[in-house]
Ligand binder design. Structure first.
Ligand SMILES: Cc1ncc(COP(=O)(O)O)c(C=O)c1O
Length: 463
């Protein structure tokens, strides 16, 4: 997440003024929150300057704030909502489960159904352990990898996000030199090798020179759902090299899982990772996650197998692991994805959205681009002034730094302008489509970008 603070609060920007004008209720709540919560928020990605909108309810592709403004939502529950908000089948499953109890402190039938629903879509999931968040799933994945291989080092890629636990902070949005972020022990980050995304030769050199590498973990379509895309050959290269050097390959499918294809990136690219992490869609919009993979690795969590092998098992409690409400939502959501074309339809909508937004950029004479794959889209504001056309930009030709750099003030004003015009994007000015976004939503979004660009241009932000 960008750490830039724009300080748009005190400016005389007409965009900021118009935003304040439309969102009195949110402003009031943000004022209260500021006295209770750091920055008034609960997740860094919800930080907006001067304040974010407070949402009262959501349905399908839309959400409504406390002032009654409607937004076409591309935040998509941080990527969790491929079926849109409040899908009726998922909600019915949640309601039925809620009436039966939220926390048994015991095993329950739905956790078996949930595991089967994952296995149906992901052949590499020979065994599954549920956790409460994607962060916990990647933490367990690398712990399993260390215990299984007897090695202590993790190879990761710059810019790739795997949650916020201590092993995963350096090198995501800063500290690319591997130095620890505040509060993290240097001893932990020293056991991390950070490599430039897509650099297979560097991966090979690291594996050759460091026999302590236990695993490679990555976002398989590239960081932030392909904002910095990776070629499929790179993934095949990683599979070959990890097998050759006895390291494990971990696909972090927290976002790609059930979005790139029904079976995630691994099924789409025909690669069988040793371990995978899932969250978001896996729990159908409720909190929940899982680590899955080879039986002999997950057996490190198994009481009986470990006792028989005469080794200490990996401990793993977790009060809300596989909680019945998330399990119900997960089963309902994964069953819909298995039995319908929802995943493909969401991707088709994103393709038409990208095309429509690029038409607007071309019309505005901007050498920017909206690119992406599957049900995602990313805005490229071309910080180096390349000679590109909106429709013709190939992100594979750009570096991570170029793709991730966005001018902070322009970004904030454009985001506010899009909110004023009824569209909620993520902080990088991209987002996810769901199966519920319609052609009308796409048309509204295209019109919103046209109006928003005019607003930022009028403020002199486009040069
Ligand atoms: C690829 C990836 N891995 C892990 C996580 C962490 O998941 P959670 O927010 O459930 O802890 C995220 C969250 O956005 C993610 O995008």
């Amino acid at each position: 997440m960008s750490q830039a603070v724009v300080e748009d609060r005190g400016t005389n920007s007409r965009i900021v003024a118009a935003y304040r004008q439309k969102t009195h209720g949110s402003a009031d709540l943000a004022g209260q929150a500021a006295t209770l919560l750091p920055s008034g928020i609960a997740h860094d990605a919800r930080h907006v300057d001067p304040y974010g909108v407070y949402i009262a309810r959501a349905k399908g592709p839309h959400k409504w704030d406390v002032d009654g403004n409607r937004y076409v939502d591309y935040f998509g529950g941080h990527g969790a909502l491929i079926l849109g908000h409040c899908h009726p089948t998922v909600m019915a499953a949640v309601q039925a489960a809620t009436e039966e109890g939220s926390q048994f402190g015991s095993s329950h039938p739905r956790e078996i159904g949930w595991a089967k629903a994952i296995q149906r879509l992901v052949p590499s999931a020979e065994r599954i352990r549920f956790t409460s968040s994607g962060t916990e799933a990647t933490l367990m994945a690398i712990r399993l990898a260390r215990a299984f291989t007897g090695r202590d080092t993790v190879l990761r890629f710059k810019g790739h996000f795997h949650g916020w636990h201590d092993h995963m902070t350096a090198g995501y949005s800063n500290h690319y030199d591997g130095t620890p972020t505040p509060g993290v022990l240097p001893g932990i980050t020293h056991k991390t090798v950070l490599v430039a995304p897509g650099d297979l030769a560097a991966v090979e050199a690291a594996l050759q020179s460091n026999p302590e590498i236990a695993c490679i973990i990555l976002e398989p379509t590239g960081s932030s759902f392909g904002q910095v895309p990776l070629a499929p050959e790179f993934l095949h290269g990683l599979r070959r090299l990890t097998s050759l050097h006895g390291a494990l390959l971990i696909f972090d499918e927290v976002v790609t899982g059930f979005r790139v294809s029904r079976g995630g990136a691994q099924v789409a690219f025909g690669i069988r990772p040793d371990l995978s992490s899932f969250a978001k869609i896996v729990a159908g919009g409720m909190p929940g996650a899982a680590v899955a993979g080879r039986k002999e690795i997950l057996d490190l969590l198994d009481f009986e197998v470990s006792a028989k092998a005469g080794r200490e098992k990996i401990g793993h409690p977790g009060t809300f692991n596989a909680n019945p409400i998330s399990a119900a939502a997960g089963i309902a959501c994964l069953t819909i994805l298995a039995e319908t074309e929802a995943c493909t339809e969401a991707s088709a909508t994103a393709a038409s959205l990208r095309a429509g937004l690029n038409d607007v950029l071309a019309e505005a004479g901007l050498k920017w681009s909206v690119y992406g794959n599957y049900s995602g889209f990313h805005l490229f504001t071309n910080p180096q002034g390349r000679d590109i056309t909106p429709h013709g930009f190939d992100p594979m030709t750009a570096s991570m730094e170029e793709l991730k750099t966005q001018p902070a003030r322009l970004n904030n004003r454009l985001r506010l302008a899009m909110l004023i015009n009824g569209v909620d994007l993520n902080p990088r000015l991209g987002g996810f489509t769901s199966v519920t976004h319609t052609a009308a939503d796409v048309a509204d979004t295209v019109a919103a970008l046209r109006a928003s660009l005019a607003m930022v241009r009028a403020e002199g932000e486009l040069g």
